[in-house]
Design a protein around this ligand. Sequence first.
Ligand code: PLP
Length: 400
Amino acid sequence: MDYKGLAQKYGTPLYIYDFNHIKERYNELKNAFSGRKSLVCYAVKANSNLSILRHLANLGAGFDCVSIGEVKRALMAGAKPYQVIFSGVGKSDDEIKTALNSNILMLNLESEAELDRVCAIAKELNKTARISIRINPDVDAKTHPYISTGLNENKFGVDVMSAKKMYLKAKNSAHIEPVGVHFHIGSQITEISSIIEAANIVAKVVSELKALEIDIKFFDVGGGVGIVYDDEQNVSLYDYAQGILAALKGLDVTIVCEPGRFIVGNAGVLLSSVLYEKFNKNRRFVVVDAAMNDLIRPSLYDAHHGVEFLGKNEQISPCDIVGPICESGDFLAKNLNLPKCQSGDLILIKSAGAYGFSMSSNYNTRPRAAEIGIEDGKDRLIRRREKFEDLIALETEFLN
Ligand SMILES: *Cc1c(COP(=O)(O)O)cnc(C)c1O
């Protein structure tokens, strides 16, 4: 890859996504469930760039959305409404209305209060709401606490008993059609056994619902499949799929999964330029033009990203890679060995395709990075770099 050429053409910091890799990952997952009815719903929040969504829609992917904005993005990118799911603990009335009017596949409900709201709104619109209920199976996903969602201490979903009660209520409502069951126990999960354990718990609920003449058609196992950032084990998709299939033995359901990170995480890199090198006493800092507003994962989760230096490999010594933001938490990597850097040298921050750009901000009035896609060796801009004018556009009219 000609990173120098790309840096010259588009500037830095620059997000670069490999569209061929995204396609491979999607197909890998789709094929893991081959022979069964399945729907791979890409989790839009991992990277919501419209061109990435369109690329996945063209491959036949569905979409898992956690706001009406994401639903709109998916539909705008070419998603078929019957392949779009709307999840999340706090849907507003307006969001529910728009979702019902868009005729999406289903709303994943996360509380009894929400079921009541959806019921009332569906009645008002004279519609039938297709729903699934997110079960919190109280299983430890063994991942970072901020991205662990399947324990009763987390805010997500409802426990098994409450779910059953909700399904009965839904069944008896003229405006609700319970079609699915859902769980999602966390993100960056590398011990697949926790997902399988949850699948078994939830499959048992589906059998029990069947006895109550509630026919569940969609079994949604959420996302969470982890990727390799550092020294993690590659998750075996074969074991993942086989474990889920085994849990579903005897049940005639469509398997839905909601991968975000797995599809785009390793497909993206953040290209950044060195600004300066400095020493505070003995500690060496390499200051680059990307910062925590571009990629917050190291600051927020203490996440590790591999770094590749693209300059001369001489005089290697330990350093921290830091951005220009006025926070000590503004680092991209700590304690790694890099050669002596010159201003303008390029560094690559790897595995930055998921929860990178989509979590970026304008903190410190920093325009967000540009994004490009590479497919079959050809590069193209998929989001232009923000300008100062973009950042102040919603404020200037109020300046008096
Ligand atoms: C975030 C999220 C996902 C995607 O998680 P990944 O770890 O990126 O696969 C899937 N489903 C729901 C409900 C989510 O909130």
